[in-house]
Design a protein around this ligand. Structure first.
Ligand code: GLC
Length: 512
């Protein structure tokens, strides 16, 4: 493996701040809530926390619409709350990484407000992507927004501005040097305050192709992007990452992790060349079914993508944009069993692992939220045809017997299902068979046993099982089929379900 740093084998825990824990009773999670739960994360075995955006934001996209990148929104407790969180986390030997949103700002950002009151062709407009239309009421090209509708909005003087996401998220013009200069300020601002790195939002999207050509096929969804989609993965993006890296090199312990949706392994690898991002999310494992061949291929391709450039792979099963894995794998008891098996598989792989908050509790997606509570901009933008991502963002159940399960003393911003009474952290912490206990045991072993070292070898993925070894001595078997598989030789370290002399369907086992 390439680089050895604190992050090269770290277990990251993704906090979606609005949904993790609320400390002030307004029903929305905040940084005080995260700080109060650090001992929980420590006991789970987490090395680093990744916070989804907490900067100042009107919350048109849950904080991914930033109006001031160098301040923390009062909703999350203001900048003092971040300082306190960093200090407390460092005191427990945990790192804190924050989301950075360089592709776009909020429409409430002072730059965009200035752009709106300045004429076409002005320096204020050139920080964003303003263009005349093709005809009086026709946008400059045919690009759709990821959230539905066109990727352009017209302003009163007739020009259009680009928004790959919501209209409240105008895309920045990365050809304007002011844009990088401002990002550099932001990077240094947080690094100097003690932040340990950044997850970079839409890291494959900042550069746009010359001439903004039409898209050939406009039928794609958020997780179904073609590599030839002109909105993303343009070659110019690499120069931006190299510039970011020159700043990061002044803080040699800090990490950047790019959100990169790119199917081709070689092109993916380009993002993590030695002078670009330290790490990038490879979503291949989050996209597969509970199917041995698909899982095997995802692992192989993810490794291939980074090996060429001597970077570290990353692994994740879900995040705040993706349906929770319990539901993806079929829901109910089978979904939980499969999610537990995949948790063991993921934790056994070499390289950093990312656990989305609630995965350690085996939470399912909530697919029956009442329409009137939906907040994801996708719901409005799709003309109420796509419910969006709120179902994987329902607040975490902590304790007690009824909603809001200790998440808040007020009303949770999304309603929590009463059935989650058996899934609270409190209930699971005292149950040795719970998903929490399994995750905790798995992370303890990963941190303490020398068998969790070395490269992966002997990967085989057949019709009904995935098997691999770590050169340190760990063997991993996942039964994805419908019949029991004889237990391989060795001492069982941990299993995701009951084990006899065979490994049952939907079960993973670790052996040494
Ligand atoms: C990324 C984020 C997503 C957000 C989008 C726009 O894909 O993960 O939540 O909506 O960028 O910032």
């Amino acid at each position: 493996m390439a680089t050895m740093s604190w992050w090269s084998n770290a277990v990251f825990y993704q906090v979606y701040p609005r949904s993790f824990a609320d400390s002030d009773g307004d029903g929305v999670g905040d940084l005080g809530g995260v700080r109060a739960r650090l001992p929980y994360l420590k006991s789970l075995g987490i090395d680093a926390v990744w916070l989804c955006p907490v900067m100042r934001s009107p919350m048109a996209d849950g904080g991914y619409d930033v109006s001031d990148p160098r301040d923390i929104d009062p909703l999350f407790g203001g900048i003092e709350a971040l300082d306190e969180l960093i200090e407390a986390a460092h005191g427990l030997s945990m790192r804190v990484v924050m989301d950075l949103v360089p592709n776009h700002t909020s429409d409430q950002h002072e730059w965009f407000q200035e752009a709106l009151t300045s004429p076409p062709g002005s320096p204020e407009r050139s920080r964003y992507i303003f263009r005349p239309g093709r005809a009086a009421s026709e946008p400059p090209n045919n690009w759709p927004s990821i959230f539905g509708g066109p990727a352009w909005q017209q302003v009163p003087d007739g020009e259009w501005f680009m928004h790959i996401f919501a209209p409240e998220q105008p895309d920045l013009n990365w050809e304007n040097p002011e844009v990088f200069a401002d990002l550099e300020k932001t990077l240094r601002f947080w690094l100097d305050r003690g932040i340990d790195g950044f997850r970079i939002d839409v890291a494959h999207g900042m550069a746009k192709p010359p001439g903004l050509p039409d898209m050939a096929d406009i039928a794609h969804g958020m997780l179904d992007l073609d590599d030839d989609d002109p909105r993303f993965n343009n070659p110019g993006v690499h120069a931006i990452h190299r510039k970011i890296r020159t700043v990061m090199n002044d803080y040699p312990d800090a990490v950047t992790i790019g959100e990169v949706w790119c199917k081709d392994s070689t092109r993916f690898g380009e993002y993590v060349r030695p002078d670009e991002l330290h790490l990038a999310f490879n979503f291949k494992l989050a996209e597969v079914h509970f199917d041995a061949e698909e899982i095997g291929e995802a692992i192989e391709n993810s490794l291939k993508a980074v090996t060429l450039v001597r970077a570290n792979p990353t692994w994740t099963l879900s995040n705040h944009d993706i349906e929770r894995e319990v539901t993806r794998y079929g829901g109910g008891a089978i979904g939980v069993a499969r999610a537990r098996a995949m948790m063991l598989l993921t934790i056994a792989l070499p390289g950093p692992t990312f656990i989305y908050n609630g995965s350690e509790l085996g939470l399912p997606n909530v697919d029956d939220l009442p329409e009137e509570v939906l907040q994801d901009p996708v719901w409005e933008r799709s003309g109420h045809t796509i419910r969006g991502r709120d179902g994987c963002r329902v607040p975490l159940p902590w304790s007690g017997t009824e909603p809001p399960f200790g998440f808040t003393t007020g009303n949770s911003w999304l309603p929590m299902p009463p059935e989650w009474v058996t899934l609270t952290a409190e209930a699971q912490q005292s149950d040795p068979n719970s998903t929490f206990a399994l995750t905790q045991a798995a992370l303890r072993l990963r941190h303490s046993r020398s068998e969790f070292s070395g490269d992966l070898d002997g990967l085989s993925a057949t019709d009904d099982s995935v098997f691999f070894r770590r050169s340190g001595g760990l063997s991993v078997l996942v039964n994805t089929g419908t019949k029991p598989i004889p237990l391989p030789a060795g001492e069982v370290l941990l299993a995701s379900g009951p084990i006899t002399d065979s490994v049952l369907p939907n079960t993973a086992v670790w052996l040494v």
